[in-house]
Design a protein around this ligand. Structure first.
Ligand SMILES: [Zn+2]
Length: 202
């Protein structure tokens, strides 16, 4: 998917409808900053408002995803191509988010090791030691929450008991035990606790 092309297409269709970014945003119940982000290729419209957006702009979702109007004759062929492209795009986004989450966790581990080393073997006074311990806890917590937050944005967790795939509750998620791609979570469907596996596709 070509986000730049899609952005320009949204802007063009909006202007054809004689709408400002603000007016379009108002009709969609979102901020005009969101529209500006789409048009400048900084983000894509959320799936939840894609159909409404297309209705307002008098285009189809397929045309939105390709960033141009499609001939009636080529419509089906283009629709199939779009489905494949969209699937690739989602898979790439998920991979990126998971890599970012791992980067945070590894950074946290390195920082923790350095702090531990200084506290154990460094010749520093008690006050510096206390400051270091506080910094150590803060850095660990920030990394823990950030990586959990990023990880939650990608894919789902699958319950080991009933097979239900779901997005876990953010508050409990950060503190849940984790081994590799598994986390010890409570399933919202069967309410049983088990080691849930991370899956990218529903
Ligand atoms: Zn379950």
């Amino acid at each position: 998917m070509d986000q730049i092309k899609i952005g320009k297409f949204i802007a063009k269709c909006r202007k054809e409808k004689n709408l400002t970014q603000f007016q379009l945003a108002e009709k969609l119940n979102i901020t005009d900053r969101a529209i500006s982000k789409w048009e400048n290729a900084k983000s894509m419209p959320d799936s939840s408002i894609m159909i409404e957006l297309c209705n307002l702009l008098d285009i189809t979702v397929n045309e939105l995803l390709i960033g141009e109007r499609i001939d009636k004759g080529k419509y089906l062929e283009q629709a199939e191509n779009n489905l494949v492209e969209l699937k690739k795009y989602i898979e790439n986004q998920n991979k990126l988010q998971i890599n970012l989450s791992y980067t945070f966790r590894i950074t946290s581990l390195i920082v923790d090791l350095v702090f531990t080393f200084i506290i154990l073997f460094g010749t520093i006074d008690t006050l510096s030691e206390i400051i270091l311990i506080i910094a150590f806890v803060l850095v660990s917590l920030i990394c823990l929450f950030t990586s959990a937050h990023i990880e939650l944005l990608a894919g789902y967790y699958q319950c080991n008991k009933c097979g239900n795939k779901y997005i876990p509750n953010k508050n409990f998620f950060s503190f849940s035990m984790q081994i590799g791609t598994k986390r010890y979570l409570k399933c919202p469907k069967c309410h049983k606790r088990s080691w849930n596996t991370k899956v990218l596709k529903k």
